[in-house]
Design a protein around this ligand. Structure first.
Ligand code: AHG
Ligand code: MN
Ligand code: MN
Ligand code: MN
Length: 332
């Protein structure tokens, strides 16, 4: 339902958050403040990324994360900046991060919210000036305030997200998020230090002609995925794969298309992480009229059992995700 009082393009993020808060009569402003804290961290990380080559903060950090990935310096910097902004903002009691083995307790035991984040998505692209991003999910804690958040607070089903979004640090820097009432995109104007509404009420086209998949792994893909990729070639679709999930997701969201990260020999459960990559983007895509599955099961129906668990991801235009499911079912 279009918001009759839709705010005009050019509205600042702050004013947009305030207006949307009015839509929640019992809102006490804490989620609004949390969204502002995320926007602040995004501005800081944006500045670090834009100056990385000059500050000598590109390249490997020199240790691996819990995923067994070589951490990049900007992975670590983004992680520190978001944790600091969320800790100082006071609304978040516990954080899950791709770059942290266990959960981070902020000390804000009165905080009502949990944040799950991928502080820097697309790390392999950091040093070559290709778009990268941040992905975040926000949940209300299940446990009582006054204590640290619990593991149960952190392993909630994706349908319990109260908000989700991403930042894309690309040719321009954008914040795209949902609080469950549609998806809106804000473009950052660095000279003013403000995000401005630039993409109101984003809806993904029902279908598209772009598919994103690392076909270097094709020999270990399930037959249904191989069949779908052949179908894309027969349809003369365009292959576009940036290597940053956020960037491929954002382009497909605006133009129509599909992103696939299927099971591979190296990652039999897929590479992407359910709690801080797949769930956030799945909520966003459904809010924009699209679909997200693991090839057959809806992402948001999956109950996380482990902080860093991986799952295959097929996400984008609904008709294209349905077509994948057709090929997967035919192979059963
Ligand atoms: P991250 O940099 O946060 O670890 O995520 C990288 C992900 C995703 O952004 C991207 O689409 C995918 O890994 C690329 O994986 P491959 O290099 O295996 O294709
Ligand atoms: Mn990583
Ligand atoms: Mn990632
Ligand atoms: Mn990452």
């Amino acid at each position: 339902m279009k918001d009759e009082l839709a705010l005009p393009v050019g509205t600042t993020l702050d004013r947009f958050i305030m207006r949307k808060q009015e839509d929640f009569p019992f809102a006490t402003g804490e989620l609004s403040q949390l969204l502002r804290d995320i926007a602040l961290a995004a501005k800081i990380v944006n500045r670090e990324i834009n100056r990385a080559g000059l500050l000598g903060i590109t390249g490997a950090y020199g240790q691996q994360n819990v995923q067994g990935e070589e951490q990049q310096k900007l992975d670590v910097i983004a992680n520190i900046r978001f944790i600091r902004a969320l800790r100082n903002g006071g609304e978040v009691c516990t954080i899950i991060s791709e770059e942290e083995d266990g959960v981070i307790q902020t000390g804000n035991t009165k905080g009502k919210y949990i944040v799950a984040m991928d502080p820097l998505d697309g790390s392999s692209n950091i040093d070559v000036n290709v778009a990268i991003g941040t992905i975040f999910s926000i949940y209300r804690r299940l446990s009582d305030t006054g204590e640290d958040g619990t593991l149960e607070d952190c392993l909630q089903n994706g349908t319990r997200q109260v908000a989700a979004g991403y930042v894309i640090y690309g040719s321009s820097t954008m914040l795209v998020y949902t609080t469950g009432c549609g998806v809106n995109g804000f473009t950052y104007e660095p000279s003013l230090g403000e995000f401005f509404l630039s993409h109101p009420d984003i809806k993904i086209p029902r279908t598209g002609r772009i598919y994103s998949c690392n076909e270097g792994n094709v020999h270990s893909f399930p037959d249904g995925i191989k069949g779908y990729l052949n179908y894309c070639k027969e349809q003369n679709y365009s292959a576009r794969y940036i290597g940053s999930l956020v960037a491929d997701f954002h382009r497909n969201l605006l133009k129509g298309g599909i992103y696939l990260y299927p099971p591979t020999a190296k990652s039999p459960n897929g590479k992407l992480r359910l709690v801080y990559e797949c769930n956030a983007l799945a909520l966003l895509i459904e809010q924009a009229g699209g679909k997200a599955t693991d090839g057959s099961e809806r992402i948001l129906d999956k109950d996380p059992v482990e902080l860093h668990q991986r799952c295959p991801l097929v996400i984008g235009s609904p008709d294209m995700v349905d077509k994948v499911e057709e090929f997967m079912t035919a192979e059963l």
